[in-house]
Ligand binder design. Structure first.
Ligand SMILES: [Zn+2]
Length: 188
């Protein structure tokens, strides 16, 4: 187990090429066994504050998928000093997972993977409660193609939480399009 922590470059078990999921992706160059450590997710370690400064008010689209939220104080920005791990795409039905050990992040296989398969893990981006339904289908949309794709790379939420989100969306919609103070008629 101890020897799993480092993956030498020459042992890298995947190549990066165009992906149907998004942009570039990582594809296995040999069979990989369930449980194998594939690569460490590396890059510049920055605070959430710095991350927000860098990407907060840009159209996050181009950048956010190179950020890995390690914990409450550290984000890894793989745009700086990142390796090929940053090209591993998200899937709602992944064959890998991210594992955080002592503040370091590794990508491990959670299934047996065949040569040629695209490697994926569930980004499960943390929510802070400010996300809207539009964010799910706009900034954080998922097009992984899995049968049970949840439509977003944001972390899954419970049905109750989803209802709240939908209620919030209705209120916002009302604010935008019906600014009058007339009593509301329920349509459903
Ligand atoms: Zn999906």
């Amino acid at each position: 187990m101890a020897s799993r922590s480092r993956v030498a470059k020459e042992e890298q078990s995947f190549v990066v090429r165009r992906s149907r999921i998004a942009g570039r992706g990582a594809f296995a160059t040999r069979d990989i066994a369930k449980g194998d450590r594939i690569i460490e997710y590396v890059g510049e370690r920055i605070s959430h504050g710095v991350s927000d400064e860098r990407y907060g008010d840009v159209d996050t689209d181009a950048h956010h998928t190179f950020l890995f939220n390690v914990n409450r104080s550290v984000v890894i920005d793989a745009s700086f000093g990142g390796n090929d791990s940053r090209f591993i795409n998200h899937s709602c039905n992944p064959n890998c997972e991210s594992e955080i050990e002592k503040g370091r992040v590794y990508i491990d296989a959670i299934r047996n993977i065949r040569k040629g398969d695209e490697l994926t893990y569930d980004y499960a981006y943390g929510r802070d409660g400010t996300e809207t339904l539009e964010d799910e289908t706009d900034i954080y949309v998922c097009r992984c193609g899995a049968k049970k794709c949840r439509g977003t790379i944001l972390e899954p939420i419970t049905k109750a939480e989803r209802k709240k989100l939908e209620a919030k969306a209705k209120v916002r919609h009302h604010d935008k399009h019906a600014p009058s103070r007339e009593p509301q008629r329920r349509t459903k």
